[in-house]
Ligand binder design. Structure first.
Ligand code: NAD
Ligand code: UDP
Length: 312
């Protein structure tokens, strides 16, 4: 039977795909967003759907609605966006979590937190398992996001222990796909936009830092599977694609795939930029019977297509 599901940050990049996937599974979806890093445009095609509702609301303020499940995605995710107003970023993570957990407690809803691989910081253990506690600079420029998300995880587990809330914590690794914001500075969107405009492709540092990129549809499937696990399963669960690539390899791949004349240029590496990142997804494989299906080349093709045509 269809459930009433709240998606905070539902107009964002991952959120908009999640809203669509939940609607297609027969649920009622309430999308809550303050449009800090997104616009109605991402969910425009859903506005006429009879089981979809869009509400402008900032999660740092309490919300009173009746729902069965909550996916808490509201938070700027790209370094440029979350560093623009760092105090607000921490507030969104921490006050937002408190408000959504309070709502879940009041209406007895199950609640999933979109946590992040950033809670591992610049990891010393590689690849990262859920048992790793991380290596985060608490006072650096990324701390508003990293520590905000770490505190949100703490709140989730304390609400679970103290109030018996049904919680799920997903640690999301770098995710890409259509509807990424073209100017949010994230590496996949940056490189594609630069390559399509024949502008220099900007590598920060030497390009030997690594990331592992997961296509957005795979990510959404993993999030829904995690929400649907038995109540005894709280996570945290790593969700991401373990296929690791250097940033230089990514740049070369995108330049080749777009047939671009762009040069590749080196720029200074931002402070605290993690040197390596790749998820150990053994837990997701066994618990969720999940692993990413979309290879990087296939996902990049769809994303390039979006930036070449649909985003104009
Ligand atoms: P996004 O910026 O596209 O989406 C975030 C959404 O949250 C936006 O629509 C934004 O307007 C909204 N928002 C921000 N502050 C808000 C507030 N105070 N109240 C209500 N809405 C607010 O980013 P995304 O990539 O879709 O990320 C979604 C979630 O997944 C975030 O919580 C992010 O931390 C997490 N995540 C994403 C990635 C990734 O690679 N994309 C990796 C790890 C974790
Ligand atoms: N990066 C880069 N050029 C860009 C944008 C990003 O070399 O134009 C690098 C960035 O320094 C980081 C990696 O790509 O090492 C991923 O950056 P992104 O902001 O996408 O994600 P995060 O650092 O949060 O994983």
């Amino acid at each position: 039977m269809g459930r009433r599901i709240l998606v905070t940050g539902g107009a964002g990049f991952i959120g908009s795909f999640l809203c669509e996937a939940l609607l297609s599974r027969g649920h009622d979806v309430l999308c809550v967003d303050n449009f800090f890093t997104s616009s109605r445009h991402n969910v425009e095609r859903l506005l006429d759907h009879k089981r979809f509702e869009l509400m402008r609301h900032d999660v740092t303020f309490p919300l009173y609605v009746e729902v069965d499940e909550i996916y808490n995605l509201a938070c700027p995710a790209s370094p440029i966006h979350y560093q623009r107003d760092p105090v607000q970023t921490t507030k969104t993570s921490v006050h937002g979590a408190i408000n959504m957990l309070g709502l879940a407690k009041r209406v007895k809803a199950k609640i999933l937190q979109a946590s992040t691989s950033e809670i591992y910081g610049d990891p010393i253990e590689h690849p990262q398992t859920e048992a790793y506690w991380g290596n985060v600079n608490p006072i650096g420029p990324r701390a508003c996001y990293d520590e905000g998300k770490r505190c949100a995880e703490t709140l989730f587990f304390d609400y679970h222990r103290q109030h018996k809330l049904r919680i799920k914590v997903a640690r999301i690794f770098n995710t890409y796909g259509p509807r990424m914001h073209p100017n949010d500075g994230r590496v996949v969107s940056n490189f594609i936009v630069q390559a399509l405009k024949s502008e220099p492709v900007t590598i920060y540092g030497e390009g030997n830092q690594t990331r592992s990129f997961c296509f957005v549809e795979d990510m959404v499937d993993g999030l829904i599977r995690l929400m649907d696990t038995p109540d005894s399963e709280t996570g945290p669960v790593n969700l991401g694609n373990p296929a690791e690539t250097t940033i230089l390899e990514l740049a070369q791949k995108i330049v080749a795939m777009t047939g671009s004349k762009s040069s590749i240029v080196m720029r200074p590496l931002p402070q605290d930029d993690p040197r390596q990142r790749s998820p150990d997804i053994s837990k997701a494989r066994s618990l969720l019977k999940w692993e990413p299906k979309v290879a990087l080349g296939v996902g990049l093709e769809k994303t390039i297509q979006y930036f070449a045509q649909d985003s104009r």
